[in-house]
Design a protein around this ligand. Structure first.
Ligand code: SAM
Length: 315
């Protein structure tokens, strides 16, 4: 694929680079905020599964202001943003990074340490496993990640706080809704315009955190701990939780499944914009290097390559 063909096909990919976002996902959080006003009164926020960091960029710009220098939010309180990912992430102003696993209680403890015992106002999670293409497996792993994020959230979120997370709307999604509804007064499933219609991905916006009385946060996972032998779609009455689904935003936003022509001034050629932040240690770096040198299928190919490749990330 040529360097510019993805630019031409995907308007959010192109806009992300033009506006300096590390990934097109930034638009998903921005559009969710337009609909749900997520950042009002927020001074402490956690970004789970944050790499390469476009949601953290949104948090940084929205909570700290455009100057990206401010240490105090609108209310005058100190702004603290913690970003967690398994992978290393290039630094961002005002964002503390934890390279860790969100399924581990030690990660929750590290977040709490950073907030000096004070709870977070907002937790967001755009976590996704490496998809296998086997839908049931992908949905199951995504559900596990969401439950891990929920567990961490119960350790760090203040009562009344908000939790936003990526969810796959697969056949057992109603079980996840039921679990979220135990902890939040309002649960809405929504799909921003920048999330492709062709993708099973959506987002849950969970408002007003109010855990069951006497609930003690723990990291156990109900899906793993119990064997549910039920078809959740057969549940009826109070056992079945129906969560409202909301198409987020109006038709004025770009449709992420459409291809828009490039807006070029007469006589001007298309100018390629490099990614705002190339990946720092991508797993495909060595393969890119070998392919460039035409060594990919050679047995005598060197096993290491220069540390920082300037190759553009593969889709
Ligand atoms: N929101 C990010 C952004 O805007 O740049 C994109 C997130 S990307 C879609 C999903 C991330 O989830 C990957 O960086 C992956 O490393 C992370 N992830 C998956 N499982 C994880 C886990 N158990 N703990 C921490 N991060 C995890």
């Amino acid at each position: 694929m040529g360097r510019s063909s993805k630019d031409k096909r995907d308007i959010y990919y192109r806009l992300a680079k033009e506006e300096g976002w590390r990934a097109r996902s930034a638009f998903k959080l921005l559009q969710l905020d337009q609909e749900f006003n997520l950042f009002t009164g927020v001074n402490r926020a956690v970004d789970l599964c944050a790499a390469p960091g476009s949601w953290s960029q949104v948090l940084s710009r929205k909570l700290r202001g455009c100057a990206e220098k401010a240490e105090k939010g609108e209310s005058g309180e100190e702004v603290k943003i913690v970003a967690v990912d398994l992978q290393a992430m290039a630094p961002l102003p005002g964002v503390t990074q934890i390279q860790g696993d969100i399924t581990k209680v030690s990660t929750a403890q590290e977040i709490i340490r950073h907030f000096e015992g004070q709870p977070a106002d907002l937790v967001v999670c755009d976590g996704a496993p490496d998809v296998t293409g086997l839908h049931d497996v992908d949905e199951y792993i995504q559900a596990q990640l969401l439950l891990a994020a929920l567990n961490i959230t119960t350790h760090v979120l203040k009562p009344g706080g908000t939790f936003v997370a990526k969810i796959f709307r697969g056949k057992d999604v109603t079980l996840l809704y039921s679990q979220l509804k135990l902890f939040f007064d309002g649960v809405t499933c929504t799909k921003p315009r920048s999330s492709r219609n062709s993708s099973i991905e959506a987002f849950v916006v969970c408002q007003n955190y109010s855990p069951p009385k006497g609930y003690i946060p723990n990291m156990s996972n109900p899906l793993l701990d119990h064997s549910y032998d039920v078809d959740f779609n057969q549940l009826e009455g109070p056992n079945r939780v129906i969560v409202p689904f909301l198409a987020c935003g109006d038709l004025s936003a770009f449709d992420s499944d459409r291809t828009y022509p490039l807006q070029l001034d007469a006589g001007k050629e298309y100018q390629y914009t490099p990614p705002a932040q190339p990946p720092i240690r991508p797993p495909y770096q060595q393969a890119c290097h070998l392919r460039k040198k035409n060594l990919l299928s050679r047995e005598d190919a060197p096993s290491v390559c220069p540390t920082q490749s300037q190759d553009e990330p593969e889709p």
